[in-house]
Design a protein around this ligand. Structure first.
Ligand code: SF4
Length: 396
């Protein structure tokens, strides 16, 4: 890092909760924990993060091959390479090439930048460094494209802070002072292509009103903690006081709710449900953090680590078991069909659809109760199923 400069990661966490940056231990810790779409462990690079990094590397290689700047996409050193990764990176490239062709139809000079590092000065020596997955620009248009390899939650491009930082950093690529700017997130695992337009004036207004104040507060460790859905991406989430206080407020509201009848009413249950998802996630984080600490040698007052009595049995040597089974006159192997998921991973979604889709039925999932703000369509059980009278002869 150059003397006198401060670097912030392009992820949106510090923009949403400026003091989180300091609480997490600064740029290095945050960048490590939020380096890709998934994982978000306590400083370790998880298998999901590794897979995300490999998705991005393969997607960039394939794009360069399609654009004729590279001979072949390397897969030999990818630990997580499978038919699914091959197919989803193809879907990403298809969409990027579609955007390229669309721009080429109206402008002859189309430039494509793949995984180029950028540096954006936000204000007062505070910089943001990052690497946009793909930027396509002409003299009058700017497309910022981001690959999301995860399947955890749909990601929207609309007012996406990370995408807006990439766009701000790329504004000078266009000769036109007011280019048409499009932000696109491609999330093949969820068949999600989210596109949003934004004007230069809107970008600059967001920079002045939100980005610059948040950057200053981040560097000073000032500003207010802001608890929200983004907390699940925060490395400080198990030990954050603001989050714990919100959970205490939840518990206190539950305690203050007067229960009057021996059986909880619908109102009682509704009051308990509000906030229960956040509470469950917080409880899991606390338990995992405390267990990790205990495993690292910390004493947790009142608690101890134990080894469950019945650990799963496993063979110490597979070959020795095969030899022993032969002596015992039995076949130690059994043939079992791969699961639908394993077959899809092996052959990819297209062949899976062609050869296997009609051979697979899905068990009905149990409906899940979520707040009405959830974007998924509502499931309404047929009332008749509930009201149906059961005769004594019916089999239940
Ligand atoms: S857990 Fe949430 S509120 Fe706490 S520092 Fe992280 S982002 Fe901010």
């Amino acid at each position: 890092m150059s003397a006198g400069l401060t670097y912030l990661p392009p992820s949106g966490l510090w923009m949403l909760c400026p003091p989180s940056h300091k609480l997490c231990g600064g740029t290095a810790a945050v960048a490590k924990a939020i380096s890709h779409d998934e994982g978000y462990g306590w400083g370790q690079v998880s298998a999901n993060e590794e897979q995300g990094q490999e998705y991005h590397r393969l997607a960039a290689d394939k794009l360069r091959v399609r654009l004729g700047t590279q001979d072949a996409a390397r897969t030999d050193d990818l630990q997580h390479y499978d038919a699914m990764m091959a197919e989803r990176t193809e879907q990403y490239c298809d969409e990027v090439m579609r955007i390229c062709r669309e721009r080429y139809d109206s402008e002859q000079d189309v430039r494509v930048v793949i995984e180029e590092p950028f540096e954006l000065e936000i204000c007062d020596g505070i910089h943001c460094r990052g690497r946009a997955d793909c930027i396509i620009y002409t003299s009058v248009t700017l497309d910022i494209i981001d690959l999301k390899s995860g399947r955890g939650a749909l990601v929207s491009a609309y007012r996406n802070p990370q995408m807006m930082v990439y766009a701000l950093a790329s504004l000078d690529l266009c000769a036109d002072a007011d280019p048409e700017i499009r932000l696109t997130i491609i999330q093949p695992a969820l068949n999600n292509i989210s596109t949003a337009s934004i004007t230069r004036a809107e970008l600059l207004a967001w920079r002045d009103e939100h980005l610059i104040p948040a950057a200053r507060q981040t560097v000073e460790g000032a500003g207010s903690y802001h608890v929200g859905d983004h907390c699940r991406f925060c490395p400080a989430r198990p030990t954050c006081r603001a989050r714990a206080e919100q959970m205490q407020a939840y518990v206190s509201s539950v305690q203050q709710h007067a229960l009057t009848s021996p059986k909880l009413s619908l109102d009682d249950v509704t009051g308990l449900l509000d906030g229960i998802d956040h509470y469950e996630a917080w409880a899991r984080d606390i338990r995992r953090w405390a267990t990790d600490d205990a495993m690292a040698g910390e004493r947790i007052p009142g608690y101890k680590l134990v080894i469950p009595r019945n650990g799963a049995r496993k063979f110490v040597s597979e070959q020795a078991v095969v030899d022993a089974a032969r002596r015992a006159g039995i076949d130690p192997y059994k043939r079992v069909l791969r699961s639908p998921r394993e077959i899809e991973l092996q052959v990819g979604t297209m062949q899976y659809e062609e050869y296997f889709a009609t051979l697979i039925s899905s068990e009905a999932c149990n409906p899940r109760l979520v707040p009405v703000s959830d974007p998924r369509p509502e499931y309404r059980p047929a009332k008749d199923d509930f009201n149906k009278e059961v005769s004594p002869n019916d089999t239940i």
